[in-house]
Design a protein. Structure first.
Length: 368
């Protein structure tokens, strides 16, 4: 994974004005490693906490992609003793909360696990802050586009409507779209959240928990709802890590990609460097009150288009539409990033085809 964050807008902090301590939960993961190299330039200490779950990490050893200057703690955010040990030494100026169980379909089968990590883990951390009578000056929470569910659609008269979750009967009948309605891009603060799976519900609840606690204690909180993140450094062995990694794994092994529904589901695929630079821009930005924003490329792409690109890249069989479906999936998901540009000093830089090419180049040089 490259250490460059080319889409950060504005100057970097220097060693003479670095802040003291940044704590990153889930800090050894895909995004945590990607932001670590910029964080160590901005903070005297960066502490990455990660439970190194085997679904994500093949081993519990320190990831090579994590900045060497960052301290690394292998532990669970639900362990209050770990927080006591950390907070007895120093209070963090900034907390970046990445730790989460993220499988959408998986969450419908393992709801207790997702609720425990995403909600109990968050509350254990906040209770630790309460015990030590402090609130971080800056709190950044990565949330998910999943909180929107199916989102808002537009009817023939141009009126926004919320069709709600696609039911089991509807999906079994092959009714993928909502009749006479057109999908509208998600916008934080405008599109009403309406989760369609347990993971999404926990992330929305997590937003409320964090925002209410931080604002009650006089801190600042940024909530970044991420679209489909992909790129070098993903845990490609994790079947729940994202559709691009799944398609890439199939293509590189010359297997045929099966497209669910009709292959026309829209997604907003955003490259890891753009996500990392957005979070760093939030770190560098105004620390006051609550801000929420969407992080994506701002471009709608069908899953069929991504599948075809990867299949052609690796001379794999052409993708095939199967009509299969997965409960908890939404028909379309994409965001309007223009409001985000007015909130943080950032804009996405990496086109999808370029990002997919960089992912393929990385995969060619790394053991899957």
């Amino acid at each position: 994974m490259t250490k460059s964050l080319g889409s950060v807008v504005g100057p970097l902090s220097t060693t003479t004005n670095r802040r003291q301590l940044c704590v990153v939960t889930g800090g050894a993961g895909f995004i945590g490693c990607a932001i670590s190299h910029e964080l160590v330039k901005r903070f005297v200490r960066v502490v990455a906490i990660d439970n190194m779950h085997p679904q994500v990490h093949k081993t519990s050893t320190r990831p090579l992609a994590l900045a060497p200057e960052a301290e690394f703690i292998v532990d669970d955010i639900r362990n209050s003793e770990m927080w006591d040990n950390l907070l007895s030494e120093e209070r963090p100026d900034c907390v970046i909360h990445l730790a989460a169980e993220t499988g959408t379909g998986q969450s419908l089968k393992e709801s207790t696990r997702h609720v425990s990590v995403n909600l109990l883990g968050t509350s254990v951390m906040l209770d630790a802050f309460t015990r030590y009578k402090f609130c971080p000056k800056q709190f950044i929470l990565t949330s998910s586009r999943a909180v929107y569910g199916e989102g808002a659609w537009r009817d023939a008269k141009g009126v926004s409507v919320y069709p709600g979750q696609r039911t089991k009967n509807r999906l079994e009948a092959g009714k993928w779209d909502f009749d006479d309605l057109t999908f509208q891009n998600f916008v934080f603060g405008i599109t009403n959240p309406n989760p369609t799976n347990i993971y999404a519900a926990t992330k929305l609840a997590q937003e409320h928990i964090v925002a209410s606690w931080v604002e009650a204690h006089g801190g600042s909180v940024d909530i970044a709802r991420l679209q489909n993140v992909y790129g070098p450094g993903q845990a490609l062995h994790n079947s729940y890590t994202g559709i691009i990694s799944l398609f890439a794994n199939l293509s590189i092994t010359k297997q045929q990609i099966e497209l669910y529904e009709d292959g026309a589901m829209l997604r907003d695929f955003v490259f890891i460097e753009d996500v990392a630079s957005a979070l760093i821009a939030a770190v560098d930005g105004v620390h006051e009150g609550m801000r929420g924003f969407d992080v994506g490329l701002g471009q709608q792409t069908t899953i069929a288009e991504v599948a075809e690109f990867l299949a052609q890249r690796y001379h794999a069989p052409p993708p095939i539409v199967t009509g299969k479906f997965r409960f908890g999936d939404v028909r379309h998901a994409a965001c309007d990033v223009s409001p985000t540009l007015s909130k943080i000093n950032w804009k996405p830089q990496i086109p999808l085809t370029f990002g997919l090419t960089k992912l393929c180049e990385w995969m060619n040089n790394n053991e899957l």
